[in-house]
Design a protein. Structure first.
Ligand code: SF4
Lengths: 201, 467
């Protein structure tokens, strides 16, 4: 997995609440058997009209946000389905960090598996970042995972929380499966115990 | 011993390893796999030369994008869908999983097949690369959706890296009024707590109105726990649960049944257990409901009118404005005057036999309004067969419904069953998101009986008027 340490980049403001996974990547793009190539269809129905032309008003179509690496959004971001195609599409577009007041659980977890950092901050701080992001390409926001801070272009800094294990994996780009397989012995001893206690499982 | 909730008990019984920082490897008893969220996971296994750790605990079934019309076992026209179904077929056979292809009468929506075959049992941990895995919580199993990376993790290790959620109790007291169903309960709860109200929690549903539900109804309730943001929904197992499970193909038998039963009976929250949040609704207060917007929390009784954006506060004002525009609705319009052109009965929320019976009871001796496209998609081949045997299929077809083969169908419209832009659908599924049932399509969520009533009148209708 790609490491995440610090990024300084353009942040795209998307002040909508309940942005669901069907908006992030509509189902017609779930038919792929690959993880890559979904970036062009990120937010497809908001981004393109029925003929496939870009809708100029949509934030990621605006010249200043086409290379955004950070997304600032409203509460309950990523609600809906478990499709990992949502973080795959976000990552493939080039966004590495999403900041919102709250996230849906499965989406939040899925981000970490794909080198994306989701950050939950209080509404007022998200509002401040949303304002900053609204200034366009000159307002570059810095996200420092090691220090657990988000810093606006004016130098105002907000600390954020992140689970220690998830942070470690993201900083080092670790593959969870390899880590879990190191605990194979515990898994096997659990299985032997259950084979006796709950043999019907 | 300190008192525990049901969730605490199931969690404790599945800890395979706990690190000093509390990060837990939770053992997974059942892993359900479907064609859409698994190909990349199997690919990952192959690339790393890994095996499926416990193929015996892994069940595969295609459902999300299979057509629901005859001939699908011979050829699936859409190339991408075909490739995904073929990939599942190859993966299931190569890795030796339990597998129900479309040619098998037991095929259906993964969350209907699992319980039907007795794969889902009380006290288990159940996961699937699909958010509505919460359905299995109806058995008192800890069940939740996972992403594809986690699917790969479970395939490789039969565990998940987890941190514990908080405990929330949702109690529905008293009795339900006539015409009010499990679907109305679950929508009413989401209407009350909001789509993020359960974030960070596992919900246990309890109270008399929940106890009175059949297993089908309980599955409907737990199915939508995720729509309230919760990681999972749970209902403590009781006689209703045991009766349902007994005799199913993969349920324990003989001495093992007795042993299982003894343990299952301990699976309930202790009286003095700690709850981080408690929500109570009176069963008598719940009315037949419908959604008006594009979030499952946009719920109102059918007797209400379309709200105005100004009725809300905060970010919801803009969200409501956007929803109303998308849905093409004017504030103040009585919901019962909203005309529909499509009716969809099915999905893992409401595609079980009891749901079809409830809809058929309304349709018996009636015809759907002219010009309406209506379809019933049974949740599994076995539900379909049973409905045919009970004569329900005839009631549906005589009323003017299409009688389809099992699958997810228009719940997410990945197969050819889709809404055209602007079409308005009364749907028994679980998501009314923009574009969910087809680009530009408009979805109103409701119960099977309410869907049947809407098919008859051509507009959203209070089912009690047809009872
Ligand atoms: S019926 Fe709908 S919600 Fe259920 S598994 Fe299929 S697509 Fe998901």
């Amino acid at each position: 997995m790609e490491k995440f340490t610090t990024i300084t980049g353009v942040a795209a403001p998307m002040p909508m609440i309940n942005v669901d996974t069907d908006m992030i990547i509509p189902k017609q793009f779930l038919k792929t058997i690959k993880r890559t190539g979904l970036g062009v269809n990120l937010f497809d129905e908001m981004r393109y009209d029925d003929d496939g032309n870009e809708i100029p008003d949509f934030v990621l179509n605006k010249p200043q946000y086409r290379n955004a690496e950070i997304l600032i959004a409203g509460e309950n971001f990523g609600c809906g389905s478990s499709r990992e195609h949502a973080p795959w599409a976000i990552k493939d577009f080039g966004i590495r960090c999403v900041i919102a007041p709250s996230f849906a659980d499965i989406f939040y977890n899925n981000c970490f598996k794909n080198g994306i950092l989701p950050i939950a901050l209080p509404q007022e701080q998200v509002d401040a970042l949303m304002n900053d992001a609204g200034k366009g390409e000159n307002a570059r926001i810095t996200v420092d995972l090691e220090a657990q801070t988000v810093t606006t272009s004016d130098g105002e800094s907000f600390p954020f929380e992140v689970d220690a294990f998830k942070k470690h994996c993201l900083l080092e780009g670790l593959d969870d499966i390899a880590l879990t397989l190191e605990k194979q012995a515990s898994i096997q001893s659990y299985e032997s115990r259950i084979a006796v206690e709950r043999p019907w499982v | 011993m300190s008192p525990k909730t049901l969730y605490d008990k199931i969690w404790d019984a599945h800890v395979a390893h706990e690190a000093d920082d509390g990060t837990t490897l939770l053992y997974i008893d059942r892993h359900l796999v479907h064609e859409v969220t698994s190909p990349q996971a199997f690919e990952g296994l192959r690339l790393a030369s890994r095996k499926v750790h416990a193929p015996d605990k892994t069940i595969a079934v295609p459902d999300h994008n299979v057509p629901t019309t005859e001939g699908r076992d011979v050829f699936i026209e859409n190339e991408e869908s075909r490739i995904q179904v073929e990939a599942l077929d190859t993966n299931a056979r190569e890795f030796g999983l339990h597998y129900y292809p479309v040619t098998d009468i037991r095929q259906g929506i993964v969350h209907i097949v699992g319980p039907e075959q007795g794969w889902t049992l009380p006290g288990m941990t159940v996961v699937c690369g699909d958010s509505h895995t919460a359905t299995h919580g109806a058995f008192g199993a800890l069940a939740h959706g996972i992403g594809t990376s986690e699917v790969e993790h479970v395939l490789a290790t039969q565990t998940l890296i987890q941190t514990k959620s908080k405990n929330m109790k949702v109690e529905i007291t008293g009795k339900l009024a006539p015409g009010v169903t499990a679907k109305d309960i679950t929508l009413a709860v989401i209407g009350k707590i909001g789509t993020a109200g359960g974030t960070g929690y596992v919900i246990e549903y309890c109270g008399e109105a929940i106890r009175d539900l059949s297993m089908e109804g309980r599955m409907t309730v737990c199915n939508m726990a995720i729509e309230g943001g919760a990681r999972a929904g749970l209902i403590a197992p009781d006689e209703t649960t045991f009766d349902y499970v007994k005799g199913r193909p993969h349920a324990p038998k003989g001495a093992q049944w007795e042993a299982a039963l003894t343990w299952w009976k301990t699976l309930k929250s202790d009286d003095d257990a700690h709850w981080d949040k408690v929500v109570t609704l009176k069963g008598e207060d719940i009315a037949p409901v419908v959604t008006w917007g594009t979030s499952p929390e946009d719920v109102l009784p059918i007797t209400a009118s379309v709200p105005a954006p100004e009725d809300f506060t905060g970010g919801k004002v803009d969200a409501a404005r956007r929803s109303l525009e998308y849905m093409g609705l004017k504030p103040g319009t009585p919901l019962s005057e909203v005309a529909i052109d499509t009716v969809f009965i099915g999905s893992c929320t409401n595609g079980r036999i009891e749901d079809l019976r409830a809809a058929a009871a309304i349709l018996k001796g009636r015809k759907i309004k002219e010009g309406i496209r209506a379809m019933v998609v049974p949740g599994s081949g076995l539900v379909r067969a049973q409905a045919e045997e009970e004569g329900l299929a005839d009631i549906f077809t005589e009323a003017g419904f299409e009688w389809r083969l099992a699958g997810c169908s228009m719940c997410l419209a990945m197969n050819p069953d889709q809404l055209a832009p602007g079409e308005r659908c009364a749907a028994t599924s679980n998501r009314n998101f923009e574009g969910r049932q087809g680009r530009g399509g408009r979805t109103h969520l409701l119960s099977p009986a309410m869907a049947a009533a809407a098919a008859v009148t051509g507009h959203l209708t209070d089912v009690r008027e047809l009872m």
